[in-house]
Design a protein around this ligand. Structure first.
Ligand code: FAD
Length: 449
């Protein structure tokens, strides 16, 4: 009896439920990756994916097999790869595109398809309120989520692994942001474990680089989220704070599973008709990091150069786009998705809607981050700004987050002429805030009426 394991965003052999089950229940297993041309778009993420495929292949070679790579529409490729009687195993993905694709494949191959959960800690659909409805607020979801028993890690079975490489691995045309494959991911987890106990205190500080950087490993599944939870545990407040972030990740996957329309529409229907200004020039200034607000510009430039941005700064840059520039959150969501190495539909949409106040958030639309006070609080010496906005590197800490507040002598000594070397603020935050509140209140008023 043989089977095919279709790898997608679970690029590991360890604690991979589909791989474990197939290699336990069959004599021979073919590991398969399908290059779907619709998703094969040059980006930081694609480079990282290719690096991870090489790493996965290296892991499979230890079982004397090879990763088989084929290109095409997944349902068509599977028809050619699956021999009569072969079973097909995969771990579920929860984006609307993936769900549609996987449902079509399940329809085509019927009972031969075995679907597992290897992407979330607890499978979307399994954490419900007492009245069996999905949670729309994180805190009660988290309570119930934390009460569940962790799934036992899945172990590889004894099947022979085939060594047909198909078309062969795609080659890297540029250097990935991080070393690819599950072995490198485990090393990153081990490195983070050495500093995890500072997480609760320092996780909001972009200048200190004190978070795990595991988001891309979780996105591609080079690490299992269950394995991460077991390794980190919850013995200290910092470890518990970290695991709570993993719960946020599950929460957004569960929301996407229940409310796939939120990819395009607000979860809260009262915000369907917000009157976005959608100024193209303002959008370009935001994308290129030229807003005149240093913490925003640093974040946007980090995203451009590294394909990653610290969570606090993601919140600030997203809030600035939506609430200071009145630009539709979907514009920002798509820009992030293009550039983020960890770009993930459920996480990105969920977080953008959270910031925009249109999604699953207990603190709603009137929370508007002030980029200056937030900068001073979370990047107190301005080191993060100086790293990504070199025009300001000579400016002292007192005005690094509001250079327009520095005196002419101070600016001259730092070699800065505002409006020339570095832009003046493109909007007045206090005024923009009032306009945003008016826009949201109008939408709410209309929906009440
Ligand atoms: C506007 C916006 C867009 C975002 N888009 C994405 C995205 O496309 N993909 C993505 O993985 N994360 C996204 N996030 C969440 C978060 O910013 C990143 O997961 C985090 O910055 C990754 O860094 P880390 O691994 O060092 O995080 P850590 O602080 O070390 O957290 C550990 C893990 O917990 C999860 N996590 C942490 N914060 C969040 C959160 N707010 N929501 C959901 N999961 C979280 C991630 O899997 C992360 O790797 C977004 C946040 C915002 C505000």
């Amino acid at each position: 009896m043989s089977a095919v394991v279709w790898f997608r965003r679970d690029l590991r052999l360890e604690d991979n439920p589909a791989w474990a089950e197939a290699t336990s229940d069959h004599d021979e297993v073919r590991p398969l990756f399908i290059i779907d041309p619709k998703l094969w778009i040059p980006s930081h993420r694609l480079t990282q994916l290719i690096a991870h495929l090489h790493g996965l292949d290296a892991a499979i070679q230890k079982s004397s097999g090879r990763l088989c790579v084929m290109t095409g529409n997944p349902a068509t490729v599977l028809k050619t790869v699956l021999a009569a009687g072969d079973d097909l195993y995969f771990n579920d993905d929860y984006s609307p595109y993936a769900t549609k694709r996987d449902n079509a494949v399940t329809y085509a191959f019927g009972e031969r398809v075995k679907r597992m959960n290897g992407t979330a800690v607890h499978a979307p659909g399994t954490i419900l309120t007492n009245s069996e409805t999905p949670y729309k607020v994180f805190t009660p979801f988290h309570r119930r989520w934390a009460d569940q028993e962790l799934p036992a890690p899945a172990r590889q079975g004894k099947a022979k692994v085939t060594d047909d490489v198909g078309e062969g691995l795609p080659q890297l045309s540029e250097t990935p942001l991080m070393e690819g494959g599950p072995k490198a991911a485990r090393k990153r987890l081990a490195e983070f474990e050495k500093v995890v106990d500072d997480y609760a205190d320092l996780r909001n500080r972009p200048d200190l680089d004190s978070t795990s950087h595991l988001s891309a490993d979780l996105k591609f599944g080079t690490l299992s989220p269950v394995r991460v939870m077991i390794e980190i545990g919850s013995k200290t407040p910092s470890r518990a704070a970290f695991v709570r972030q993993i719960a946020w990740r599950d929460f957004y996957m569960h929301l996407m599973h229940h409310f796939p329309h939120t990819v395009e529409a607000p979860l809260r229907p009262e915000y369907r008709d917000l009157w976005w200004r959608n100024d193209e020039d303002a959008f370009i200034k935001w994308k290129t990091g030229n807003t005149g607000y240093p913490i925003i510009d640093a974040g946007m430039r980090q995203l451009l150069s590294e394909g990653w941005m610290h969570n606090r700064v993601r919140m600030l840059t997203a809030s600035f786009l939506v609430k200071d520039l009145l630009i539709d959150w979907r514009w920002g969501e798509q820009h992030f998705m293009k550039l983020l190495v960890d770009g993930d539909v459920a996480q990105n949409v969920g977080n953008w809607q959270w910031v925009a106040g249109t999604g699953a958030d207990a603190a709603p639309y009137f929370r508007i981050f002030n980029p200056v006070t937030q900068g001073k609080k979370f990047d107190p010496d301005g080191d993060y700004v100086r790293r990504y906005v070199p025009e300001l590197s000579e400016l002292g800490s007192a005005h690094i987050h509001d250079p327009w507040g520095a005196g002419p002598l101070e600016l001259a000594a730092a070699g800065i002429e505002l409006g020339d070397h570095y832009p003046l603020p493109m909007v007045d935050h206090a005024e923009a805030r009032q306009e945003a509140l008016a826009m949201y209140e109008m939408a709410r008023g209309q929906s009440d009426g």
